[in-house]
Design a protein. Structure first.
Length: 252
């Protein structure tokens, strides 16, 4: 928490976060134009933000792309702010809605986030691949069933919400999957995208990195869904408690 508040205290760093909120995946050169300072100065600010886990990076060739990682902010809100406020209106105001701009890109993720979870590698792998576990920590799904290599998440009324089709598995370390939304109803077809989970053991913890690619125009709100889902995953693995919203709250 101290590193988060320290990082947010500087207006230059807040400017960088605002810029990454509007346009994820910027390079150092892109971000330098946002601030009236040297390249080295911007690098120092990015280092502070990365140390606080407020940004994550993706290296492609000789370029390094930066992404806002809003999960630590969501966790700070959940722990220090939200218990003091009224539900559900305050939740709707405080939810971090990262809006992605531009056309889908194949060379780098459209959205990234990263979190550390106090659990074993086996426990995290099980949570990501087991249908019953997915239903326990997803913020709105009422149930989840496995159909071969598919995880089908359903609303409490048993209508299909989301289908995740695993396309490549590296046991306990990496999951590649398609992301097929159905939350608009059976008569409203939505384009699918793809995402990757990466698990890295860190002593008694695991670092989980999410990369989401090819997000179609109009589906930028999936970023907010990931914030809530991975925050729920962390809470469930560390405490055994589920975080639940009604369908109406999730759409809000």
């Amino acid at each position: 928490m101290d590193s988060i508040f320290k990082a947010l205290a500087d207006p230059a760093r807040r400017t960088l976060l605002d810029s990454l909120h509007v346009k994820p995946g910027q390079s150092l050169q892109d971000l330098q134009v946002q601030l009236d300072m040297t390249r080295f100065g911007v690098m120092k600010h990015l280092g502070v933000l990365e140390e606080a886990k407020l940004i994550v990076t993706h290296k492609k060739g000789r370029f390094k792309y930066h992404y806002l990682n809003a999960l630590p902010l969501q966790e700070a809100i959940d722990r220090w702010v939200e218990p003091l406020l009224q539900q559900p209106a305050a939740r709707a105001v405080l939810n971090l809605k990262t809006q992605l701009e531009g056309t889908p890109k194949m060379t780098k993720p459209d959205f990234m986030m990263q979190t550390y979870i106090h659990c074993t590698q086996d426990a995290l792998w099980h949570a990501l691949t087991d249908a019953e576990a997915n239903a326990a920590y997803n913020f709105v799904a009422g149930s989840c069933v496995r159909e071969g290599n598919k995880l089908v998440l359903k609303f409490p009324d048993d209508s299909v919400m989301l289908v995740l089709t695993e396309t490549k598995l590296t046991p306990k370390t990496r999951i590649e999957s398609t992301f097929e939304p159905h939350w608009a109803g059976p008569d409203v077809p939505l384009e699918q995208s793809r995402f990757v989970y990466m698990i890295e053991p860190q002593g008694e913890n695991c670092m989980l990195t999410l990369e989401h690619y090819d997000i179609p125009a109009g589906q930028e709100g999936v970023a907010d869904g990931w914030h809530r889902t991975l925050a729920g995953l962390k809470t469930w693995l560390e405490t055994g408690q589920s975080v639940r919203f009604s369908h109406a709250e999730a759409e809000g």
